[in-house]
Design a protein around this ligand. Structure first.
Ligand SMILES: Cc1cc2nc3c(=O)[nH]c(=O)nc-3n(C[C@H](O)[C@H](O)[C@H](O)COP(=O)(O)O)c2cc1C
Length: 518
């Protein structure tokens, strides 16, 4: 019988040499620098001067990933917890705030009843969040003219829970042979009609107008993590104008961009993309029992080969990525004038180990099926490949015909984009060392930080200013920030952020994790 993986914990790797040796033993490509570089010489302290966003030069190389807290008002406005999070985003020193957190473009598209909603009624609250962030940034770093802020626009599709934390109200792009069973899709009535999608496109256009009015520099048109627009990218089996061919599967993005531009809105654009995906995973039943969560194994996919139910996956072996369509999509983004491409992977709902590699699983997940560094390296190397593809000397092949008929001004294919990578938090002590290497060598432009920010917002500011980290604040990927919302609680860093440690929910979380063996 297969054994659960015994992880080597990052804190047990005492030196850079230990880290390198361990990486070598895994057979992965994950280079790092010897020392944390302090001050202006740091690759992480360099502005991006090759491209501006809304006329601004992004002042350094670390960014905040979008992270919701399941803690907004039920009307979709802000609460003190949301305000606190945005304040900490501002204090982090990051000069790119990529999205803040997912904001539903309409109430029924929320992933939880406490997600922010970007509609007229919440304009004041969203404007305040932006102000809080900028004020906090100025308070610590003086200059905020080089801070670029975007809002992330979303519809949660298959993972909608708009009215009750426990009740899924999914709306999907197509019927899925594995996910339908897992997430309670039982009827074709849950599939969006083309007419409903046309209405939804209008909501994105309206949300982008609100973002612009409030002063956001860009909007992210979210295409990741299994949410609706990501799911449309793999809608091979869907009939009609939003399914089947690549052109049809990307039509929603083109219509949203065309609509934003036709409305005279000058807001800049970003796309967060799950660049690749795998089949859903589950805990190995042979190694699971009450109080013991087994390691992840793929769900049986033998009945659905070739696998046309995910984007960026090898259809003949859907536990491997295939970037052919990813390249095509990224080219399309360039043509549409998308300025920032934020690359992620998979979904936190059905294959969290490829999306947010962790030592400890969330309560609805599974023990790591691979060393989490493998997952980190996979994402880093995919970003490198995509960036190389788009910026290579001869330029990618032209698909310029795709956008001209939608009324979007075609832009040269070789337009530069700012690339941002994800999934660095598991690197822990060695995050700055790896981040320096990948930025210095042009593997990515920006380092996007997620969970680490919840635990230790100033990690990279400390690295660049002092060359040293506060070890007790480093995120150890306990996954409490995911387990909490999966069990109806607000998210946050329960183990390390005192604001959450002192809450009764922390005790509840410990009990939930013990019961499932997470
Ligand atoms: C609590 C939590 C909330 C998140 N919310 C969002 C979100 O609203 N939008 C999004 O695109 N990704 C979201 N993510 C994913 C992160 O942006 C990021 O991709 C992931 O945590 C991996 O990066 P990391 O290793 O730095 O944590 C969330 C992650 C966590 C842990």
């Amino acid at each position: 019988m297969a054994e659960a993986l015994k992880l080597t914990r990052i804190p047990s790797l005492k030196t850079v040499a230990d880290f390198r040796n361990f990486v070598a033993s895994l057979g992965i490509d994950l280079p790092c620098e010897d020392n944390i570089v302090v001050g202006k010489e740091s690759p992480l302290a360099q502005p991006i001067d090759s491209l501006t966003v809304n006329g601004k030069t992004i002042g350094n190389r670390w960014a905040i990933q979008p992270m919701e807290g399941w803690d907004g008002a039920t009307t979709g406005g802000a609460t003190d917890e949301v305000r606190r999070r945005w304040q900490r985003f501002g204090e982090s020193g990051a000069k790119l705030i990529y999205g803040g957190e997912a904001m539903a473009v309409r109430p029924d598209g929320r992933a939880n009843p406490n997600q922010l909603i970007i509609v007229e009624q919440n304009k004041k609250d969203l404007a305040e969040l932006r102000e809080i962030l900028l004020r906090a940034h100025r308070g610590r770093f003086e200059n905020a003219d080089d801070v670029v802020i975007g809002f992330q626009l979303t519809h949660s599709g298959r993972f909608c829970k708009p009215t009750d934390k426990k009740r899924m109200e999914p709306r999907v792009a197509y019927r899925h042979p594995i996910l339908d069973r897992k997430f309670n899709i039982t009827s074709d009535a849950q599939v969006f009609t083309d007419a409903e999608i046309e209405q939804l496109v209008e909501c994105y256009i309206a949300a982008a107008k609100i973002a612009w009015d409030i002063g956001a520099d860009f909007v992210d048109i979210k295409h990741c993590h299994g949410y609706l627009l990501h799911e449309f990218l793999s809608a091979h089996t869907r009939p009609g104008k939003y399914g089947g061919s690549f052109e049809n599967r990307t039509r929603i993005l083109r219509e949203i961009v065309a609509g934003i531009r036709a409305s005279g809105n000058k807001i800049e654009l970003g796309v967060r993309l799950s660049a690749f995906d795998f089949v859903p995973f589950k805990p190995d039943p042979a190694l699971s029992q009450p109080g013991k969560l087994g390691p992840g194994i793929p769900e049986d996919f033998s009945h659905c080969l070739p696998y046309h139910y995910a984007f960026g996956v090898n259809p003949n072996n859907p536990v491997e990525y295939d970037l052919a369509e990813t390249f095509q999509f990224v080219e399309l983004c360039a043509q549409l004038g998308v300025k920032i491409l934020n690359l992620s992977a998979g979904s936190p709902y059905y294959n969290p180990h490829i999306q947010r590699p962790a030592a400890y699983p969330p309560s609805d997940g599974y023990q790591p099926p691979e060393d989490p560094l493998v997952g980190v390296a996979r994402q880093i190397n995919v970003v490198r490949k995509i960036r190389e593809y788009l910026t290579k000397a001869e330029g990618p092949s032209s698909t310029a015909a795709l956008n001209s008929k939608d009324g979007v001004e075609p832009v040269p294919v070789k337009t530069r984009m700012i690339f941002m990578g994800s999934a660095y938090s598991y690197l822990q002590e060695y995050l700055p060392h790896v981040a320096q290497h990948v930025v210095r060598n042009g593997w990515t432009d920006m380092i996007g930080l997620g969970r680490m920010i919840l635990a230790y917002p100033t990690m990279l500011a400390d690295a660049v200013e002092k060359g040293a980290l506060e070890r007790k604040l480093i995120c150890r990927t306990f996954s409490d920030c995911t387990t909490a919302p999966r069990n109806g609680m607000i998210s946050g860093c329960y183990p390390l952020d005192k604001y959450y440690t002192s809450k009764p929910e922390f005790q509840q979380l410990k009990e939930i994790k013990k019961a499932v063996g997470a």
